[in-house]
Write a protein that binds this ligand. Structure first.
Ligand code: BES
Ligand code: MN
Ligand code: MN
Length: 476
């Protein structure tokens, strides 16, 4: 089996692989903050260099417009992509090199962009701590290492598989330039048969997984304006609307007593859970009480939409969330004020086949119908993404399942996640391509939080799986 030499190479280059990942994690590629523009480019260049080293033709393609440039996308192809005689499917690999902001900095045990390898402790194995460790540099690196393994062990480039690689630098800031990029570079992407993404998790430490559904997202910001200035609450309290009180009253109406979202039409396009799916998830034996204990909550905190289990609520039901709310005086001491305005960030996690734009419009219409007397709304759309559910039976998914089994010795679970990866929906709607989400994170990796980690066992499993997947997918 040709993959043997590549797997051997991984084994004897274990330390060097981790060192390479450390080098990438040191680059603070925070995409939301303009101060890190050059660092984002540096992180993209770093990835392009690894791809070149592995025998692919790699380039940095600009995104956005002249006036509003975005972060570059790394686009790379194996030579076989241009070879009319090359057999087998053409696989698109997507990942993102940007990371979330690291704050609050004071909660990090070591600086976020100075990666450290921590020894195994309790259930947590030896792991690398840094912003981006698991989301998503560490996972992308496991794919890059697989490419390097094929190359340096003398095998064919990417195990002979036709691959196009697309690494985005704006996933954590809403993928605002991605749709245009995909349309503009359609000719380079449309011959792909399937997309593989490593940006999700395993079921648990022992059980690798393929994620066959991610939720969508509609993210908004709303401000309720009242008076044209802040007012003395003695003079004006009881005489005119307080926008904070009014805003909270409106928002409290988003849910009924069963935690169902009250916006008319909200559930119209939601695909019902199939009994077979409910049975399969039940059989996974998910322990919600333990999961709650991990986040410091008692069993009675198992709260959410009535009639569904915790796993069903995360994987198959939409939600409305208030992500932030502010206004008035929040400094030290007391200030008797009625503020001029109050704001909230309100977002919706969506499931197939809810349309993020329709949900946003429905929410804004719902707000307007409840405009408190004498007040005015300012309604802003931040970003969104479609939910995706992909088929659980396909030859290419089977190929990935075989690779996971061979790399881990265990059968992979078929799971969903409550998180969102906007590119999945975009590839389906723009190019008709399905995605296989094959990720290696763990639930306690602290994604987006201080002390984000990636366990080396997961990283290495990712490296081996990608080596084998390149071979298995190539069989067609
Ligand atoms: N990799 C995550 C999505 C994810 C998180 C998948 C946890 C599985 C488990 C991705 O980078 C992410 O953070 N997505 C954002 C959406 C985006 C539009 C900002 C999310 O889900 O909030
Ligand atoms: Mn991610
Ligand atoms: Mn993320």
């Amino acid at each position: 089996m040709p993959s043997e030499a590549a797997l051997k190479w991984l084994e004897s280059n274990k330390q060097a692989s981790v060192d390479r990942l450390v080098g990438w994690l040191k680059i603070p590629s925070v995409s939301t903050d303009p101060a890190y523009r050059d660092q984002c480019r540096a992180a993209a260049t770093w990835a392009a260099q690894r791809l070149t080293e592995a025998g692919l033709a790699a380039e940095l393609v600009p995104t956005g417009t002249k006036e509003k440039p975005g972060h570059p996308i790394v686009l790379a192809t194996t030579p076989t992509v241009h070879d009319p005689n090359a057999k087998g499917p053409h696989v698109l690999f997507y990942g993102h090199y940007d990371v979330q902001p690291a704050d609050p900095l004071n909660l990090w045990e070591s600086p976020p962009f100075e990666p450290v390898i921590k020894p195994a402790k309790g259930a947590v194995g030896e792991h690398i701590v840094a912003r981006g460790a698991v989301d998503d540099k560490g996972q992308v690196a496991s794919f890059l290492e697989a490419l390097l393994a094929w190359k340096h062990s003398g095998g064919p480039i990417a195990g002979g598989l036709k691959i196009t690689v697309m690494l985005e630098g704006e996933e954590e800031s809403g993928s605002v330039n991605l749709e245009r990029f995909v349309t503009d570079h359609r000719s380079r992407l449309e011959s792909c048969d399937v997309c593989v993404i490593s940006d999700t998790g395993m079921y648990d430490r022992q059980t690798p997984a393929i994620t066959y559904g991610v939720r969508g997202l509609a993210y908004t910001e709303i401000t309720l304006h009242a008076a044209n200035r802040d007012l003395h609450s003695g003079q004006w309290g009881g005489r005119c609307p307080n926008p904070i009180s009014e805003l909270t009253k409106v928002l409290a109406g988003l849910w009924d007593k069963d935690y169902r979202v009250t916006i008319p039409g909200f559930y119209d396009s939601v695909r019902d859970l199939q009994p077979s799916e409910r049975a399969a998830w039940k059989a996974l034996g998910f322990d919600q009480v333990k999961a709650l204990a991990d986040i410091g909550m008692p069993p009675e905190a198992d709260v959410g939409e009535k009639g569904y289990t915790a796993l069903e609520r995360e994987w198959a039901r939409p939600t409305a969330e208030i992500n932030g709310i502010w206004g008035g005086y929040t400094g030290a001491g007391a200030k008797t004020v009625i503020p001029a305005h109050a704001s909230a960030k309100v977002s919706f996690r969506l499931v197939a086949d809810q349309d993020p734009e329709k949900i946003r419009d429905a929410f804004f219409t719902w707000c307007k119908a409840r405009t408190p007397a004498g007040c005015r709304w300012e309604l802003t759309d931040h970003h969104g993404g479609w939910p995706v559910t992909v088929p659980t039976k396909s030859p290419m998914l089977d190929a990935c399942l075989r690779a996971l089994k061979a790399a881990s010795g265990r059968d992979a679970a078929l799971i969903k996640t409550g998180g969102s990866i906007p590119v999945g929906g975009l590839l389906k709607s723009a190019l008709g391509i399905d995605t296989i989400f094959m990720g290696f994170g763990l639930d306690d990796d602290r994604v987006h939080s201080p002390n984000e980690k990636f366990e080396l066992a997961c990283f290495r499993l990712g490296c081996r799986t990608h080596v084998l997947a390149m071979e298995e997918l190539g069989r067609g």
